[in-house]
Design a protein around this ligand. Structure first.
Ligand code: NAD
Ligand code: TYD
Length: 351
């Protein structure tokens, strides 16, 4: 193998698309997926690549310093793409400690392991930290986040991601660790855990259950199809400048209620329901505490430097996403019932 790459959080939503892309596009790379398999990690997401000769799975908690060091010693990686995180804002409001541990302590643990493994011989090495636009805080009606926007996180999730971004930059600045970062807007697409807005709404509409819309549904997000994010990560890992940050976004702002209405129209058509039937399920509920009003990303640096741009219009991406969830009833059932956690045991522990 030419190169060994550790991907953390590879069994999660975005991580699984990144791992699949790297395993399939770069047979000369060994891809080591390091994931604890929390409730959000699903080994089934990678069932199609798990037997590839250049793919390895390591079930490890990134806050376990000894476990992480053992993995670095065993594989001597050339690069790290760090996606493992607690990622759901609502959970960060009810259980902030998990976010502080995984997102901050876990990132520090990986940085320490990379430093110790590479021992100042940084030539050809790279630590890529995947982050979120939520670190920049909340926008009013105008403007968008650039790479130089001051950090102003407002939820335990975004504050823990901001802390991890600062640590990564500090290790780059102080120790010379070759780091690169990206901050991306909201992703959607196949394999997203159905606690996030779009898959939750698809699942509820399908089952004729209420679709909870926080507050008045006026909050705005910039949505990006997950495969476009995976492509951007591949580009930035290979071509990004040392110490640089790249914003990634869909240039695709929608209020939550507009997203839900569009989804309802698509679902009516797919499920052959009367026009307007799914929209009857919309239920306005109590707002999220500290709910950020609007996120919008200026990704012109990435577009200019690497020619990247989103490949899909939102309507098309949403339709593909609905098709995927409707065609993968078993995946959804396993996730909703918790059965997916058995998959790892059958696949890896009972072998
Ligand atoms: P996810 O919650 O779907 O997956 C997270 C993965 O990390 C899971 O497989 C989980 O098992 C693993 N994990 C969690 N804690 C761990 C630990 N202590 N040790 C090892 N593994 C652990 O998240 P996602 O939506 O795929 O997000 C991936 C990354 O991208 C995160 O860093 C997130 O902040 C960032 N991001 C997400 C979005 C989005 O819209 N989902 C947007 C921008 C950035
Ligand atoms: P989410 O998918 O949780 O992503 P984030 O909070 O990281 O942006 O939520 C997207 C938007 O949808 C956010 O403004 C909160 C809102 N939302 C609802 O209105 N209802 C829901 O059931 C969920 C999960 C989110």
């Amino acid at each position: 193998m030419d190169s060994t790459l550790i991907v953390t959080g590879g069994a999660g939503f975005i991580g699984s698309h990144v791992v699949r892309r790297l395993v399939c596009r770069y047979p000369e790379y060994r891809i080591v997926n390091v994931d604890k398999l929390t409730y959000a990690g699903n080994a089934e997401n990678l069932a199609d690549v798990e037997d590839c000769p250049n793919y390895v799975f390591e079930k490890t908690d990134i806050t376990d310093a000894e476990g992480v060091r053992t993995i670095f010693d065993r594989y001597r990686p050339d690069g790290v793409i760090h996606l493992a995180a607690e990622s759901h804002v609502d959970r960060s409001i009810s259980h902030p400690d998990d976010f502080i541990m995984t997102n901050i302590v876990g990132t520090a643990t990986l940085l320490n392991a990379a430093l110790a493994c590479w021992k100042d011989r940084f030539e050809g090495k790279r630590f890529y930290h995947v982050s979120t636009d939520e670190v920049y805080g909340s926008l009013g009606k105008e403007g968008s986040f650039t790479e130089t926007t001051a950090y102003a996180p407002r939820s335990p999730y975004s504050a823990s991601k901001a802390a991890s971004d600062h640590l990564v930059r500090a290790y780059g600045h102080t120790f010379g660790l070759p780091v690169v970062l990206s901050n991306c807007s909201n992703n959607y697409g196949p394999c997203q855990f159905p606690e996030k807005l779009i898959p939750l709404a698809i699942n509820n509409i399908k089952n004729n259950r209420p679709v909870p819309v926080y507050g008045k549904g006026e909050n705005v997000r910039d949505w990006l199809y997950v495969l476009d994010h995976a492509q951007a990560i591949d580009l930035i890992y290979h071509r990004g400048g040392n110490g640089e940050t790249y914003n990634i976004g869909g240039n695709n702002e929608w209020s939550n209620i507009e997203v839900i209405r569009l989804l309802c129209r698509i679902m009516d058509r797919k499920l052959q329901r009367a026009e307007g039937a799914s929209e009857q399920l919309v239920a306005f509920v109590k707002d999220r505490a500290g709910h950020d009003l609007r996120y919008a990303i200026d990704s012109s640096k990435l577009q200019r430097e690497m020619g990247w741009k989103p490949s899909l219009e939102f309507e098309e991406g949403l339709e593909k996403t609905v098709d995927w969830y409707l065609a993968n009833e078993a995946w959804l059932q396993h996730v909703v019932s918790g059965e997916y956690q058995q998959y790892y045991k059958n696949q890896y522990e009972n072998r």
